[in-house]
Design a protein around this ligand. Structure first.
Ligand SMILES: C[S@@+](CC[C@H](N)C(=O)[O-])C[C@H]1O[C@@H](n2cnc3c(N)ncnc32)[C@H](O)[C@@H]1O
Length: 264
């Protein structure tokens, strides 16, 4: 399976911005799961580096975070975005983790298992990099939940195109719902679970976050004959989505983010 968002420069900008909505949720997950000072942490699919940077705050100067990411341009960007001495980024495939040491205190990952053809095997592989008692903690979405409430026409249309495009690409759009089962299939202990989503109304509601990811999927939609750039008009999409929600006195909902963690 190839990563569906093909314009990598735009994708990395999107991932940086996306941190504004997801990082507070991931911070609460890490605190609950027990990420702590001094840990050596492996971050799967580190993208532009948001999650690794967050983890570096938890582990502090005595700890270390190693981000593994398949895309070299994303790794370059993540390196440029930090000069913290306790973060490293490496080009690599999380399905094999070739060249990555054993004996980590924690393995973490956000929104990466959903893009893998065999996420259970990836969880098993990741857990093999931990020392006994090490922590595995992942954060994945249910992208098929309502993106805004009350439901309105443009939201329904744009979100529908997005889900159809991901389905054509073979991506598990509701992977967050399966995390408990996946941990068990991977031979891991029953994980603790946390589900949280962002929600906000009014002029600052982050319709832009959904517009960004829906726009990023336009090439995929066009490839599969689902919708065209003209149908969605990405430059105005965020404003039109927000206007619809404001007119309905509604609010924007983030995808429910499922966190799961266990000690191996
Ligand atoms: C949605 S982004 C999430 C990035 C980051 N975890 C975050 O939450 O900001 C998913 C990232 O996983 C990377 N990725 C996908 N498949 C991968 C693989 N097999 N090995 C390493 N990285 C992969 C993609 O290139 C992309 O940067």
């Amino acid at each position: 399976m190839t990563y569906p968002f093909t314009d990598r420069t735009a994708e990395d900008q999107r991932l940086v911005a996306q941190g504004q909505v997801f990082d507070p949720l991931t911070r609460r997950l890490f605190a609950r799961a027990g990420l702590a000072s001094g840990m050596r942490v492996l971050d799967l699919g580190s993208g532009a580096g948001n999650v690794a940077r967050l983890a570096a705050e938890f582990v502090g100067p005595r700890g270390l975070v190693v981000g593994v990411e398949r895309d070299p341009a994303a790794v370059e960007l993540a390196r440029r975005r930090t000069d913290a001495p306790n973060i490293e980024f490496r080009v690599g495939d999380v399905q094999t983790l070739d060249g990555i040491d054993h004996g980590f205190d924690a393995v973490i990952g956000r929104l990466v298992l959903m893009y893998l053809p065999d996420p259970v095997a990836a969880l098993r592989q990741a857990a093999s990099k931990l020392h006994p008692g090490g922590l595995i903690c992942v954060h994945e979405a249910d992208l098929a939940y309502l993106p805004a409430t009350p439901p309105t026409p443009l939201w329904a249309e744009a979100h529908g195109y997005f889900l159809a495009a991901l389905e054509k690409a073979g991506i598990e759009r509701r992977l967050g719902l399966n995390l408990f089962t996946m941990f068990r299939y991977a031979g891991l202990p029953a994980p603790g679970l946390q589900v949280e989503l962002f929600a906000a109304g009014g002029p600052d509601a982050p319709a832009w976050a959904w517009a960004n990811v829906i726009s990023a999927a336009v090439p995929l939609m066009e490839r599969h004959g689902i919708a065209t750039r003209a149908d969605l008009d990405p430059p105005t999409l965020a404003d039109r989505l927000l206007a619809e929600t404001l007119a309905a006195d509604g609010c924007v909902l983030g995808p429910p983010m499922y966190g799961a963690w266990a000690r191996v």
